[in-house]
Design a protein around this ligand. Structure first.
Ligand SMILES: [Zn+2]
Length: 185
């Protein structure tokens, strides 16, 4: 299976309970830092698209490994059969459950959500375990460093306070992006 984005994947919110937000306690995918990035098919498969109020523009890629869900897209490129590595979408910030541009990637195998990062081929350029563990252990603190996200803030309020939660790094907040980057040097 291939990465859906080029370059190093920077996880802004991990899979599972570690990725809980004010909206849900279990994050059913990983959030990857991306603005208007090209999204590629992780494996051969068949594509369906739909719009959901919470997840925004969404692609489901039904592949051999499982069903891949990509949320918050700006647009779709492919609409039917695709090969691994085909351009399928452009990432974005659509839907209600997002606080900034990112790619949400969910993977369902036999009707259960799994961490898609565990299925990427070895040898690709992605975060190592140390980096991933750091993010899992520290992402909440970073959220708290930047803003205390409470209860029912609107998306605009959250954005105005420059936080991360469902994974979107607020792209305008360069100092925060630099802070995240510095941990990967
Ligand atoms: Zn997500």
């Amino acid at each position: 299976m291939k990465k859906p984005l080029n370059g190093q994947l920077i996880v802004t919110n991990p899979f599972g309970t570690a990725g809980s937000t004010q909206w849900y306690s279990f994050h059913n995918g990983v959030d990857i830092r991306a603005r208007l990035a090209k999204v590629y098919a992780p494996e051969d498969g068949y594509i369906d698209t739909y719009y959901s109020q919470l997840g925004g523009k969404t692609i489901i890629l039904k592949g051999k490994t499982g069903w891949h869900y990509f949320h918050h897209l700006s647009g779709y490129i492919a609409t039917s059969n695709v090969k691994e590595g085909d351009l399928i979408a452009i990432s974005g910030n659509t839907g209600k459950w997002t606080t900034g541009f990112h790619l949400h990637w969910g993977l369902k195998i036999n009707n259960s959500w799994v961490d898609p990062l565990k299925y990427i081929k070895k040898g690709v350029d992605m975060l190592d375990n140390q980096d991933k563990n750091w993010l899992i252990n520290n992402i909440k603190n970073l959220i708290i460093d930047n803003v205390v996200v409470q209860g029912n803030k609107t998306r605009e309020e959250v954005k105005a306070n420059k936080c991360v939660c469902s994974g979107g790094l607020v792209p305008e907040d360069q100092s925060f992006i630099d802070k995240i980057k510095s941990y990967f040097k």
